[in-house]
Design a protein around this ligand. Structure first.
Ligand code: FAD
Ligand code: SF4
Length: 510
Protein backbone atom coordinates (compact mmCIF):
# COMPACT_ATOMS: atom_id res chain seq x y z
CA UNK A 1 0.00 0.00 0.00
CA UNK A 2 1.02 3.62 -0.34
CA UNK A 3 -0.42 6.16 2.08
CA UNK A 4 -2.48 6.01 5.21
CA UNK A 5 -4.83 8.99 5.08
CA UNK A 6 -6.21 10.07 8.44
CA UNK A 7 -9.52 12.00 8.38
CA UNK A 8 -10.76 13.58 11.60
CA UNK A 9 -14.35 14.14 12.68
CA UNK A 10 -14.35 17.81 11.65
CA UNK A 11 -12.74 17.11 8.26
CA UNK A 12 -15.70 15.58 6.43
CA UNK A 13 -15.11 17.33 3.09
CA UNK A 14 -14.39 15.54 -0.18
CA UNK A 15 -12.20 18.52 -1.11
CA UNK A 16 -9.99 17.97 1.96
CA UNK A 17 -6.30 18.57 1.25
CA UNK A 18 -5.39 15.13 2.68
CA UNK A 19 -7.54 13.56 -0.07
CA UNK A 20 -6.17 15.73 -2.88
CA UNK A 21 -4.00 13.17 -4.67
CA UNK A 22 -5.43 10.11 -2.93
CA UNK A 23 -5.64 6.95 -4.99
CA UNK A 24 -8.75 4.84 -4.39
CA UNK A 25 -7.81 1.18 -4.29
CA UNK A 26 -4.25 2.03 -3.28
CA UNK A 27 -4.32 4.36 -0.29
CA UNK A 28 -6.14 3.50 2.93
CA UNK A 29 -8.37 6.01 4.68
CA UNK A 30 -8.53 5.79 8.48
CA UNK A 31 -11.35 7.27 10.53
CA UNK A 32 -11.88 6.66 14.22
CA UNK A 33 -14.42 7.28 16.96
CA UNK A 34 -12.19 7.16 20.03
CA UNK A 35 -12.83 7.54 23.72
CA UNK A 36 -10.17 10.22 24.29
CA UNK A 37 -11.71 12.63 21.77
CA UNK A 38 -15.32 11.88 22.74
CA UNK A 39 -14.74 12.28 26.46
CA UNK A 40 -12.16 15.02 27.06
CA UNK A 41 -15.05 17.32 27.80
CA UNK A 42 -18.73 16.83 28.66
CA UNK A 43 -19.78 17.07 24.96
CA UNK A 44 -23.50 17.60 24.39
CA UNK A 45 -25.16 14.31 23.39
CA UNK A 46 -26.41 15.84 20.12
CA UNK A 47 -22.87 16.93 19.27
CA UNK A 48 -21.64 13.35 19.65
CA UNK A 49 -24.53 12.04 17.55
CA UNK A 50 -23.91 14.63 14.84
CA UNK A 51 -20.18 13.96 14.58
CA UNK A 52 -20.26 10.16 14.81
CA UNK A 53 -23.18 9.88 12.39
CA UNK A 54 -21.69 12.36 9.91
CA UNK A 55 -18.39 10.43 10.10
CA UNK A 56 -20.12 7.12 9.38
CA UNK A 57 -22.01 8.61 6.43
CA UNK A 58 -18.82 10.18 5.09
CA UNK A 59 -16.97 6.85 5.35
CA UNK A 60 -19.75 5.25 3.32
CA UNK A 61 -19.47 7.94 0.65
CA UNK A 62 -15.71 7.34 0.43
CA UNK A 63 -16.32 3.61 0.00
CA UNK A 64 -18.84 4.39 -2.73
CA UNK A 65 -16.05 6.35 -4.44
CA UNK A 66 -13.83 3.28 -4.35
CA UNK A 67 -11.77 4.00 -1.25
CA UNK A 68 -10.81 1.37 1.24
CA UNK A 69 -11.73 2.75 4.68
CA UNK A 70 -10.57 1.46 8.04
CA UNK A 71 -13.35 2.73 10.32
CA UNK A 72 -12.85 2.33 14.06
CA UNK A 73 -16.29 2.38 15.71
CA UNK A 74 -16.61 3.59 19.28
CA UNK A 75 -15.91 0.76 21.68
CA UNK A 76 -15.18 1.47 25.35
CA UNK A 77 -13.46 -1.93 25.66
CA UNK A 78 -11.13 -1.35 22.70
CA UNK A 79 -7.34 -1.44 23.17
CA UNK A 80 -7.23 1.76 21.13
CA UNK A 81 -8.66 4.71 23.03
CA UNK A 82 -6.77 7.49 21.24
CA UNK A 83 -6.25 8.48 17.61
CA UNK A 84 -2.54 7.81 17.98
CA UNK A 85 -3.22 4.23 19.09
CA UNK A 86 -5.55 3.58 16.14
CA UNK A 87 -3.10 5.04 13.61
CA UNK A 88 -0.17 3.21 15.17
CA UNK A 89 -2.03 -0.11 15.08
CA UNK A 90 -3.06 0.26 11.43
CA UNK A 91 0.37 1.58 10.41
CA UNK A 92 2.00 -1.37 12.23
CA UNK A 93 -0.11 -3.83 10.23
CA UNK A 94 0.18 -2.18 6.84
CA UNK A 95 3.54 -0.42 6.86
CA UNK A 96 2.47 2.64 4.81
CA UNK A 97 4.91 4.92 3.03
CA UNK A 98 3.59 7.81 5.08
CA UNK A 99 0.65 9.08 7.06
CA UNK A 100 -1.14 11.96 5.32
CA UNK A 101 -3.45 14.27 7.18
CA UNK A 102 -4.84 17.81 7.08
CA UNK A 103 -3.82 20.14 9.91
CA UNK A 104 -6.30 19.75 12.70
CA UNK A 105 -8.39 22.49 14.30
CA UNK A 106 -7.28 22.11 17.86
CA UNK A 107 -3.92 23.06 19.31
CA UNK A 108 -3.90 20.12 21.77
CA UNK A 109 -4.31 17.47 19.06
CA UNK A 110 -2.21 19.35 16.53
CA UNK A 111 0.73 19.31 18.96
CA UNK A 112 0.32 15.55 19.44
CA UNK A 113 0.11 14.77 15.71
CA UNK A 114 3.25 16.80 15.06
CA UNK A 115 5.14 14.31 17.29
CA UNK A 116 3.76 11.16 15.69
CA UNK A 117 6.59 10.71 13.20
CA UNK A 118 8.99 10.32 16.14
CA UNK A 119 6.72 8.06 18.17
CA UNK A 120 5.60 5.87 15.29
CA UNK A 121 8.69 5.85 13.13
CA UNK A 122 6.66 6.68 10.01
CA UNK A 123 6.73 9.99 8.10
CA UNK A 124 3.66 12.16 8.77
CA UNK A 125 2.71 14.72 6.13
CA UNK A 126 0.47 17.47 7.52
CA UNK A 127 -1.22 19.54 4.82
CA UNK A 128 -2.77 23.00 5.24
CA UNK A 129 -6.52 23.20 5.70
CA UNK A 130 -7.54 24.87 2.45
CA UNK A 131 -11.20 25.01 3.42
CA UNK A 132 -10.51 28.27 5.25
CA UNK A 133 -10.30 31.38 3.12
CA UNK A 134 -7.24 32.80 4.89
CA UNK A 135 -4.33 30.52 5.69
CA UNK A 136 -2.61 30.75 9.07
CA UNK A 137 0.40 32.42 7.41
CA UNK A 138 -1.76 34.91 5.56
CA UNK A 139 -3.45 35.94 8.78
CA UNK A 140 -0.13 36.21 10.61
CA UNK A 141 1.19 38.48 7.84
CA UNK A 142 -1.91 40.67 8.09
CA UNK A 143 -1.60 40.88 11.90
CA UNK A 144 2.12 41.63 11.94
CA UNK A 145 2.96 44.99 13.47
CA UNK A 146 -0.64 45.78 14.48
CA UNK A 147 -1.02 46.53 18.18
CA UNK A 148 -4.72 45.74 18.18
CA UNK A 149 -6.46 43.57 15.64
CA UNK A 150 -9.83 44.72 14.35
CA UNK A 151 -12.14 42.34 12.57
CA UNK A 152 -13.57 45.06 10.33
CA UNK A 153 -10.24 45.75 8.58
CA UNK A 154 -9.46 42.08 8.16
CA UNK A 155 -12.96 41.54 6.76
CA UNK A 156 -12.47 44.23 4.11
CA UNK A 157 -9.25 42.50 3.04
CA UNK A 158 -11.18 39.27 2.68
CA UNK A 159 -13.92 40.95 0.65
CA UNK A 160 -11.28 42.31 -1.70
CA UNK A 161 -9.48 38.98 -1.89
CA UNK A 162 -12.58 36.91 -2.68
CA UNK A 163 -14.48 39.58 -4.63
CA UNK A 164 -17.59 38.70 -2.60
CA UNK A 165 -20.16 41.51 -2.67
CA UNK A 166 -17.73 43.73 -4.57
CA UNK A 167 -18.53 45.76 -7.69
CA UNK A 168 -16.32 45.37 -10.81
CA UNK A 169 -14.80 48.76 -9.85
CA UNK A 170 -13.63 47.30 -6.53
CA UNK A 171 -16.21 49.03 -4.30
CA UNK A 172 -18.45 47.32 -1.77
CA UNK A 173 -21.89 46.45 -3.16
CA UNK A 174 -24.55 48.90 -2.01
CA UNK A 175 -21.92 51.54 -1.26
CA UNK A 176 -21.02 50.50 2.31
CA UNK A 177 -18.76 47.85 3.78
CA UNK A 178 -20.95 47.21 6.78
CA UNK A 179 -24.69 47.54 7.45
CA UNK A 180 -24.59 46.66 11.13
CA UNK A 181 -26.39 49.87 12.08
CA UNK A 182 -29.52 48.58 10.28
CA UNK A 183 -29.42 45.20 12.04
CA UNK A 184 -30.73 45.93 15.52
CA UNK A 185 -34.48 45.41 15.41
CA UNK A 186 -36.45 43.81 18.18
CA UNK A 187 -38.64 40.94 16.98
CA UNK A 188 -42.28 41.09 18.06
CA UNK A 189 -43.55 37.93 16.38
CA UNK A 190 -43.92 39.31 12.85
CA UNK A 191 -42.93 38.22 10.32
CA UNK A 192 -43.19 34.69 11.72
CA UNK A 193 -39.84 32.91 12.09
CA UNK A 194 -39.47 29.95 9.72
CA UNK A 195 -39.51 26.42 11.09
CA UNK A 196 -35.97 25.04 11.31
CA UNK A 197 -34.78 22.68 8.59
CA UNK A 198 -35.23 19.07 9.71
CA UNK A 199 -33.82 15.74 8.62
CA UNK A 200 -35.41 12.64 10.10
CA UNK A 201 -32.71 10.29 11.44
CA UNK A 202 -31.98 7.29 9.20
CA UNK A 203 -30.95 3.87 10.56
CA UNK A 204 -27.27 4.83 10.79
CA UNK A 205 -28.14 7.90 12.88
CA UNK A 206 -30.56 5.93 15.04
CA UNK A 207 -27.75 3.42 15.78
CA UNK A 208 -25.51 6.28 16.85
CA UNK A 209 -28.26 7.73 19.06
CA UNK A 210 -28.47 4.34 20.82
CA UNK A 211 -24.69 4.27 21.19
CA UNK A 212 -24.62 7.75 22.74
CA UNK A 213 -27.50 6.93 25.08
CA UNK A 214 -25.67 3.78 26.18
CA UNK A 215 -22.17 5.10 26.66
CA UNK A 216 -22.58 8.84 27.24
CA UNK A 217 -25.76 8.93 29.30
CA UNK A 218 -24.22 11.27 31.89
CA UNK A 219 -23.26 13.87 29.26
CA UNK A 220 -25.06 17.20 29.03
CA UNK A 221 -28.18 17.58 26.88
CA UNK A 222 -30.51 15.20 25.18
CA UNK A 223 -30.64 13.18 21.95
CA UNK A 224 -34.41 13.71 21.73
CA UNK A 225 -35.68 15.29 18.53
CA UNK A 226 -32.32 14.99 16.76
CA UNK A 227 -32.90 16.57 13.35
CA UNK A 228 -29.51 17.85 12.16
CA UNK A 229 -28.21 17.00 8.71
CA UNK A 230 -25.42 14.42 8.72
CA UNK A 231 -24.48 14.42 5.02
CA UNK A 232 -23.24 17.15 2.68
CA UNK A 233 -26.37 16.78 0.52
CA UNK A 234 -28.66 17.41 3.46
CA UNK A 235 -26.46 20.23 4.74
CA UNK A 236 -26.81 21.87 1.30
CA UNK A 237 -30.58 21.48 1.60
CA UNK A 238 -30.32 23.22 4.99
CA UNK A 239 -28.41 26.04 3.28
CA UNK A 240 -31.14 26.36 0.61
CA UNK A 241 -33.79 26.41 3.33
CA UNK A 242 -31.97 29.25 5.09
CA UNK A 243 -31.54 31.29 1.90
CA UNK A 244 -35.20 30.87 0.93
CA UNK A 245 -36.90 31.37 4.28
CA UNK A 246 -34.65 33.11 6.82
CA UNK A 247 -31.94 35.13 5.05
CA UNK A 248 -34.24 37.99 3.96
CA UNK A 249 -34.86 38.83 7.66
CA UNK A 250 -31.45 37.71 8.98
CA UNK A 251 -30.08 41.25 9.14
CA UNK A 252 -33.06 42.97 10.71
CA UNK A 253 -33.37 40.47 13.57
CA UNK A 254 -29.75 39.36 13.89
CA UNK A 255 -29.51 40.71 17.45
CA UNK A 256 -33.07 39.90 18.55
CA UNK A 257 -34.03 37.33 21.18
CA UNK A 258 -37.38 35.70 21.77
CA UNK A 259 -38.90 33.97 24.75
CA UNK A 260 -40.51 31.23 22.65
CA UNK A 261 -38.52 31.00 19.39
CA UNK A 262 -35.20 29.13 19.59
CA UNK A 263 -33.88 29.72 16.09
CA UNK A 264 -35.39 33.00 14.80
CA UNK A 265 -33.80 33.93 11.45
CA UNK A 266 -30.39 32.37 12.08
CA UNK A 267 -28.87 29.96 9.60
CA UNK A 268 -27.97 27.08 11.96
CA UNK A 269 -25.17 26.28 9.54
CA UNK A 270 -22.22 26.41 11.97
CA UNK A 271 -22.57 22.69 12.86
CA UNK A 272 -22.06 21.84 9.17
CA UNK A 273 -19.42 24.44 8.38
CA UNK A 274 -17.35 23.34 11.35
CA UNK A 275 -17.35 19.62 10.59
CA UNK A 276 -16.79 20.08 6.87
CA UNK A 277 -20.20 19.20 5.40
CA UNK A 278 -20.39 22.74 4.02
CA UNK A 279 -17.59 25.05 2.93
CA UNK A 280 -17.52 28.75 3.79
CA UNK A 281 -17.19 29.94 0.21
CA UNK A 282 -20.22 28.01 -1.08
CA UNK A 283 -22.31 29.40 1.78
CA UNK A 284 -21.20 33.00 1.16
CA UNK A 285 -21.71 32.65 -2.59
CA UNK A 286 -25.24 31.33 -2.07
CA UNK A 287 -26.03 34.36 0.12
CA UNK A 288 -24.47 36.78 -2.39
CA UNK A 289 -26.58 35.25 -5.18
CA UNK A 290 -29.69 36.01 -3.13
CA UNK A 291 -28.72 39.71 -3.16
CA UNK A 292 -27.98 39.80 -6.88
CA UNK A 293 -31.29 38.10 -7.70
CA UNK A 294 -33.26 40.41 -5.41
CA UNK A 295 -34.21 37.60 -3.02
CA UNK A 296 -32.67 39.24 0.07
CA UNK A 297 -31.68 42.82 0.96
CA UNK A 298 -28.09 43.98 1.27
CA UNK A 299 -28.20 44.48 5.06
CA UNK A 300 -29.11 40.80 5.46
CA UNK A 301 -26.65 39.42 2.94
CA UNK A 302 -23.71 41.61 3.96
CA UNK A 303 -24.44 40.94 7.66
CA UNK A 304 -24.43 37.20 7.04
CA UNK A 305 -21.34 37.16 4.80
CA UNK A 306 -19.47 39.24 7.42
CA UNK A 307 -20.05 36.56 10.06
CA UNK A 308 -18.36 33.93 7.93
CA UNK A 309 -15.83 35.83 5.84
CA UNK A 310 -15.06 38.15 8.75
CA UNK A 311 -15.66 36.76 12.22
CA UNK A 312 -15.17 33.07 11.50
CA UNK A 313 -11.87 33.54 9.69
CA UNK A 314 -10.74 36.25 12.13
CA UNK A 315 -11.20 34.18 15.29
CA UNK A 316 -9.43 31.24 13.68
CA UNK A 317 -6.52 33.49 12.75
CA UNK A 318 -6.25 34.77 16.32
CA UNK A 319 -6.42 31.27 17.75
CA UNK A 320 -3.44 30.02 15.77
CA UNK A 321 -1.51 33.25 16.20
CA UNK A 322 -1.80 33.26 19.98
CA UNK A 323 -1.97 29.62 21.09
CA UNK A 324 -0.98 28.02 23.41
CA UNK A 325 -0.61 31.06 25.71
CA UNK A 326 -4.00 32.43 24.68
CA UNK A 327 -5.87 29.66 26.53
CA UNK A 328 -4.24 30.71 29.81
CA UNK A 329 -5.05 34.44 29.58
CA UNK A 330 -7.00 35.94 32.47
CA UNK A 331 -6.24 39.67 32.36
CA UNK A 332 -9.24 40.61 34.52
CA UNK A 333 -8.10 38.16 37.20
CA UNK A 334 -11.44 36.35 37.47
CA UNK A 335 -11.49 33.40 39.85
CA UNK A 336 -15.14 32.58 40.56
CA UNK A 337 -16.14 28.99 39.68
CA UNK A 338 -18.89 28.56 37.09
CA UNK A 339 -22.28 28.59 38.88
CA UNK A 340 -24.03 25.24 38.69
CA UNK A 341 -27.08 26.90 37.15
CA UNK A 342 -25.23 26.86 33.79
CA UNK A 343 -25.63 23.08 33.81
CA UNK A 344 -29.00 22.79 35.53
CA UNK A 345 -30.76 25.80 34.00
CA UNK A 346 -32.32 26.19 37.42
CA UNK A 347 -32.65 29.96 37.74
CA UNK A 348 -35.36 32.61 38.06
CA UNK A 349 -33.57 34.80 35.51
CA UNK A 350 -35.80 34.23 32.52
CA UNK A 351 -33.24 35.18 29.86
CA UNK A 352 -30.67 32.79 31.34
CA UNK A 353 -33.22 30.02 31.82
CA UNK A 354 -34.38 30.28 28.18
CA UNK A 355 -30.85 30.35 26.76
CA UNK A 356 -29.70 27.39 28.85
CA UNK A 357 -32.87 25.43 28.13
CA UNK A 358 -32.44 25.89 24.37
CA UNK A 359 -28.81 24.86 24.78
CA UNK A 360 -29.79 21.71 26.65
CA UNK A 361 -32.53 20.70 24.20
CA UNK A 362 -30.88 21.72 20.92
CA UNK A 363 -27.13 21.97 21.51
CA UNK A 364 -27.74 25.43 20.06
CA UNK A 365 -28.32 28.99 21.19
CA UNK A 366 -27.88 31.87 18.80
CA UNK A 367 -25.07 34.39 18.95
CA UNK A 368 -26.79 37.08 21.02
CA UNK A 369 -27.85 34.57 23.65
CA UNK A 370 -24.27 33.28 23.86
CA UNK A 371 -22.77 36.77 23.92
CA UNK A 372 -25.24 38.99 25.75
CA UNK A 373 -26.97 36.55 28.11
CA UNK A 374 -24.88 33.56 29.25
CA UNK A 375 -21.61 35.27 28.25
CA UNK A 376 -22.50 38.66 29.70
CA UNK A 377 -23.57 37.07 32.98
CA UNK A 378 -20.28 35.15 33.27
CA UNK A 379 -18.35 38.35 32.62
CA UNK A 380 -20.32 40.40 35.15
CA UNK A 381 -20.08 37.60 37.72
CA UNK A 382 -16.30 37.32 37.25
CA UNK A 383 -16.29 33.62 36.33
CA UNK A 384 -12.90 31.97 35.79
CA UNK A 385 -12.30 32.05 32.00
CA UNK A 386 -11.19 28.42 31.95
CA UNK A 387 -14.50 27.31 33.49
CA UNK A 388 -16.74 29.24 31.14
CA UNK A 389 -14.64 28.20 28.12
CA UNK A 390 -15.07 24.55 29.12
CA UNK A 391 -18.82 25.08 29.32
CA UNK A 392 -19.08 26.61 25.85
CA UNK A 393 -16.86 23.91 24.38
CA UNK A 394 -19.08 21.20 25.82
CA UNK A 395 -22.60 22.42 25.25
CA UNK A 396 -22.83 23.49 21.59
CA UNK A 397 -22.95 21.15 18.61
CA UNK A 398 -20.77 23.61 16.67
CA UNK A 399 -18.12 23.95 19.40
CA UNK A 400 -14.48 23.33 18.48
CA UNK A 401 -11.57 24.84 20.33
CA UNK A 402 -10.37 27.12 17.49
CA UNK A 403 -13.70 28.95 17.29
CA UNK A 404 -15.07 28.60 20.83
CA UNK A 405 -11.95 29.81 22.66
CA UNK A 406 -11.45 33.25 21.03
CA UNK A 407 -15.19 33.90 21.18
CA UNK A 408 -15.43 33.05 24.86
CA UNK A 409 -12.09 34.06 26.27
CA UNK A 410 -11.62 37.07 24.02
CA UNK A 411 -14.99 38.40 22.94
CA UNK A 412 -17.03 37.51 26.03
CA UNK A 413 -14.59 37.50 28.94
CA UNK A 414 -12.18 40.17 27.66
CA UNK A 415 -9.53 37.97 29.26
CA UNK A 416 -7.03 38.74 26.48
CA UNK A 417 -6.81 42.40 27.45
CA UNK A 418 -8.76 43.61 24.42
CA UNK A 419 -6.74 41.87 21.71
CA UNK A 420 -9.90 40.60 20.00
CA UNK A 421 -12.41 43.28 20.95
CA UNK A 422 -11.81 46.91 21.83
CA UNK A 423 -14.29 46.88 24.71
CA UNK A 424 -16.05 44.27 26.82
CA UNK A 425 -19.61 43.37 25.79
CA UNK A 426 -20.86 44.08 29.32
CA UNK A 427 -24.49 45.17 29.52
CA UNK A 428 -27.24 45.66 32.06
CA UNK A 429 -30.75 44.23 31.86
CA UNK A 430 -31.74 47.25 29.81
CA UNK A 431 -30.02 45.82 26.74
CA UNK A 432 -31.71 42.42 27.16
CA UNK A 433 -35.06 44.14 27.58
CA UNK A 434 -34.50 46.21 24.45
CA UNK A 435 -33.72 43.17 22.31
CA UNK A 436 -36.14 40.57 23.72
CA UNK A 437 -39.46 39.87 25.41
CA UNK A 438 -37.87 37.87 28.26
CA UNK A 439 -38.18 40.56 30.92
CA UNK A 440 -41.97 40.66 30.76
CA UNK A 441 -41.97 36.96 31.76
CA UNK A 442 -39.29 37.26 34.45
CA UNK A 443 -39.49 37.05 38.24
CA UNK A 444 -37.15 40.07 38.40
CA UNK A 445 -37.91 43.68 37.58
CA UNK A 446 -35.67 44.98 34.83
CA UNK A 447 -36.32 48.61 35.82
CA UNK A 448 -34.91 48.17 39.31
CA UNK A 449 -31.31 47.90 40.50
CA UNK A 450 -31.03 47.80 44.28
CA UNK A 451 -34.29 46.21 45.47
CA UNK A 452 -34.65 42.52 46.35
CA UNK A 453 -36.58 41.81 43.14
CA UNK A 454 -34.29 43.92 40.94
CA UNK A 455 -32.83 42.39 37.76
CA UNK A 456 -29.45 40.89 38.78
CA UNK A 457 -27.82 42.12 35.55
CA UNK A 458 -28.30 45.75 36.66
CA UNK A 459 -26.35 45.85 39.92
CA UNK A 460 -23.83 43.32 38.58
CA UNK A 461 -23.17 45.56 35.61
CA UNK A 462 -22.26 48.56 37.77
CA UNK A 463 -20.34 46.35 40.19
CA UNK A 464 -18.30 45.08 37.24
CA UNK A 465 -17.66 48.61 36.00
CA UNK A 466 -16.67 49.81 39.45
CA UNK A 467 -14.33 46.95 40.31
CA UNK A 468 -12.59 47.15 36.93
CA UNK A 469 -12.24 50.91 36.81
CA UNK A 470 -8.46 50.62 36.60
CA UNK A 471 -8.71 48.23 33.66
CA UNK A 472 -11.04 50.40 31.59
CA UNK A 473 -10.64 53.97 32.76
CA UNK A 474 -8.48 54.85 29.78
CA UNK A 475 -10.71 53.16 27.24
CA UNK A 476 -12.40 55.94 25.25
CA UNK A 477 -15.34 53.64 24.43
CA UNK A 478 -16.08 53.21 28.16
CA UNK A 479 -15.74 56.83 29.23
CA UNK A 480 -19.39 57.71 28.90
CA UNK A 481 -20.46 54.81 31.14
CA UNK A 482 -17.98 55.85 33.83
CA UNK A 483 -19.32 59.40 33.63
CA UNK A 484 -22.87 58.02 34.08
CA UNK A 485 -21.73 56.01 37.09
CA UNK A 486 -20.02 59.00 38.64
CA UNK A 487 -23.12 61.13 38.09
CA UNK A 488 -25.26 58.89 40.33
CA UNK A 489 -25.40 60.09 43.93
CA UNK A 490 -23.15 58.39 46.43
CA UNK A 491 -25.91 56.63 48.41
CA UNK A 492 -27.28 55.15 45.21
CA UNK A 493 -23.86 53.93 44.15
CA UNK A 494 -23.28 52.43 47.61
CA UNK A 495 -26.63 50.60 47.54
CA UNK A 496 -25.88 49.29 44.03
CA UNK A 497 -22.50 47.96 45.08
CA UNK A 498 -23.99 46.33 48.19
CA UNK A 499 -26.63 44.66 46.07
CA UNK A 500 -23.85 43.55 43.68
CA UNK A 501 -21.89 42.05 46.61
CA UNK A 502 -24.98 40.19 47.76
CA UNK A 503 -25.68 38.85 44.26
CA UNK A 504 -22.12 37.63 43.85
CA UNK A 505 -22.38 35.79 47.16
CA UNK A 506 -25.69 34.18 46.15
CA UNK A 507 -25.25 33.36 42.44
CA UNK A 508 -26.58 29.84 42.86
CA UNK A 509 -29.91 31.06 44.20
CA UNK A 510 -30.71 33.69 41.56
P1 FAD B 1 -25.65 32.65 12.16
O1 FAD B 1 -26.10 33.70 13.11
O2 FAD B 1 -26.60 32.24 11.12
O3 FAD B 1 -24.28 33.17 11.50
C1 FAD B 1 -23.78 32.60 10.29
C2 FAD B 1 -22.45 31.95 10.46
O4 FAD B 1 -21.46 32.89 10.78
C3 FAD B 1 -22.37 30.90 11.56
O5 FAD B 1 -22.85 29.66 11.11
C4 FAD B 1 -20.89 30.87 11.89
O6 FAD B 1 -20.21 29.98 11.06
C5 FAD B 1 -20.43 32.28 11.56
N1 FAD B 1 -20.25 33.08 12.76
C6 FAD B 1 -21.09 34.01 13.27
N2 FAD B 1 -20.54 34.62 14.34
C7 FAD B 1 -19.34 34.05 14.53
C8 FAD B 1 -18.31 34.23 15.47
N3 FAD B 1 -18.39 35.14 16.45
N4 FAD B 1 -17.23 33.43 15.39
C9 FAD B 1 -17.12 32.52 14.42
N5 FAD B 1 -18.06 32.31 13.49
C10 FAD B 1 -19.15 33.06 13.54
N6 FAD B 1 -19.41 29.59 16.79
C11 FAD B 1 -19.05 28.37 16.45
O7 FAD B 1 -19.14 28.01 15.27
N7 FAD B 1 -18.56 27.49 17.37
C12 FAD B 1 -18.44 27.82 18.67
O8 FAD B 1 -17.99 27.02 19.49
C13 FAD B 1 -18.84 29.12 19.07
N8 FAD B 1 -18.74 29.50 20.36
C14 FAD B 1 -19.15 30.75 20.72
C15 FAD B 1 -19.03 31.12 22.06
C16 FAD B 1 -19.42 32.38 22.44
C17 FAD B 1 -19.27 32.79 23.86
C18 FAD B 1 -19.93 33.29 21.49
C19 FAD B 1 -20.34 34.65 21.90
C20 FAD B 1 -20.04 32.92 20.17
C21 FAD B 1 -19.65 31.66 19.76
N9 FAD B 1 -19.74 31.26 18.42
C22 FAD B 1 -19.34 30.00 18.08
C23 FAD B 1 -20.16 32.19 17.37
C24 FAD B 1 -21.65 32.20 17.03
O9 FAD B 1 -22.39 32.37 18.21
C25 FAD B 1 -22.08 30.93 16.32
O10 FAD B 1 -21.26 30.72 15.21
C26 FAD B 1 -23.49 31.03 15.83
O11 FAD B 1 -24.37 31.26 16.90
C27 FAD B 1 -23.88 29.76 15.10
O12 FAD B 1 -25.23 29.74 14.76
P2 FAD B 1 -25.72 29.98 13.27
O13 FAD B 1 -25.06 29.02 12.36
O14 FAD B 1 -27.20 29.98 13.30
O15 FAD B 1 -25.14 31.41 13.02
FE1 SF4 C 1 -32.96 38.76 32.35
FE2 SF4 C 1 -33.13 40.77 34.09
FE3 SF4 C 1 -34.81 40.67 32.05
FE4 SF4 C 1 -35.00 38.91 34.03
S1 SF4 C 1 -35.32 41.10 34.17
S2 SF4 C 1 -35.13 38.47 31.84
S3 SF4 C 1 -32.88 38.60 34.58
S4 SF4 C 1 -32.59 40.91 31.92
Amino acid sequence: MANLILILGDQLSHTLSALEDAAPGKDLVVMAEVHDEASYTNHHKKKLVLIFSAMRHFARELEDRGFQVHYHQYDPASQCQSLAQVVQEVAGQLNPEKVVTTECGEYRLDAQIRQWHKQMGVPVEIRPDTRFLASKDEFARWAEGRRQLRMEFFYREMRRKTGLLMTPEGDPEGGHWNYDGDNRRKWTGKPPAPAPFRVEPDQLTRDVIDLVETHFSSHFGTTEDFHFAVTADDARAALDHFIDFALPCFGDYQDAMSDDEDWLFHSILSPYLNCGLLEPMEVCEAAARAWYTGQAPINAVEGFVRQILGWREFVRGIYWLRMPDYARENRLGNQRPLPWLYWSGDTHMRCMQRAIDSTRRNGYAHHIQRLMVTGNFALLAGVRPEDICDWYLAVYVDAYDWVELPNTLGMVMHADGGYLGSKPYAASGKYINRMSDHCSQCAYNVNRTTEDDACPFNALYWHFMDRHRKDFDNNPRMRMMYRNWQRQDEDRRKATLERGDWLLAHLETL
